[in-house]
Design a protein around this ligand. Structure first.
Ligand code: CA
Length: 227
């Protein structure tokens, strides 16, 4: 997963960062609310760990802005030292998905994040993705391009699904690796070989390759419009 930690306590932030990174996640961190909100909106994270007491902007305000103003639905796990029920309820009302009271076990943080991420993928998986003449049904895994069925290995389907989430957007290699394998890969060969198979099979079905290599940046999907 790609995880953003927004926590001003350096010891807690470092513990979370080191633990999650050692477990293979791609981690970013912010120590104040303003930076945290900026990163949360700008980056594509699978989950956010959010402290409530933060300098600059408190966690409750951050969460409200993320949902109401930025229209961002990244799952948020709130960390709070203020273990009164009212504080927790306030956090939920502002769009937090789950909470943990400090002190917490690091494994518990990871388990909660994984559960939130899975639940979100499940929600996203309800609808058929469409980009021009390309469609992907995440439930049946049926892919159609230019009116023809496309058969792909599972990782290639995940790769295509990621690109289809936002057609025309450029996805960096590390973003694609994190989305498909859960973390960046040691060499670029893994992504390159899966990308090769994906492009070859799409070209075979549709008569052209709808994926563009954006030099130095990554890849994007630019299929023609459906007839
Ligand atoms: Ca704090």
């Amino acid at each position: 997963m790609r995880v953003l930690i927004i926590e001003d306590d350096p010891a807690i932030a470092a513990n979370l960062y080191d633990f999650l990174e050692a477990r293979g996640h791609v981690v970013d961190a912010a120590a104040d609310g303003v930076t945290g909100l900026h990163l949360a909106v700008a980056g594509k994270f699978d989950a956010i760990v959010l402290d409530l007491g933060l300098p600059g902007m408190d966690g409750v305000t951050l969460c409200r802005k993320l949902r109401d103003e930025a229209r961002n639905d990244t799952p948020v796990l709130v960390l709070t030292a203020r273990d009164t029920l009212e504080d927790k309820l306030e956090g939920f009302a502002r769009g937090a998905d789950d909470y943990l009271v400090k002190p917490f076990a690091l494994k518990e943080v990871e388990a909660r994040l994984a559960a939130l991420h899975k639940r979100r993928l499940g929600n996203v998986a309800q609808r058929v993705l469409a980009a021009g003449e390309l469609t992907l049904d995440p439930q049946t895994l049926m892919i159609r391009f230019h009116g023809r069925d496309v058969k792909l290995p599972p990782k290639c389907i995940r790769l295509l699904e990621t690109l289809m989430a936002q057609p025309r957007r450029v996805y960096s290699r590390s973003e694609l690796e994190a989305a498909v394998w859960g973390k960046e890969q040691e060499t670029s060969d893994t992504l390159r070989s899966h990308m090769h198979v994906l492009r070859r099979e799409l070209a075979r079905a549709g008569g052209y390759d709808p994926i563009e290599n954006v030099h130095g940046l990554g890849y994007r999907l630019v299929p023609r419009a459906a007839d």
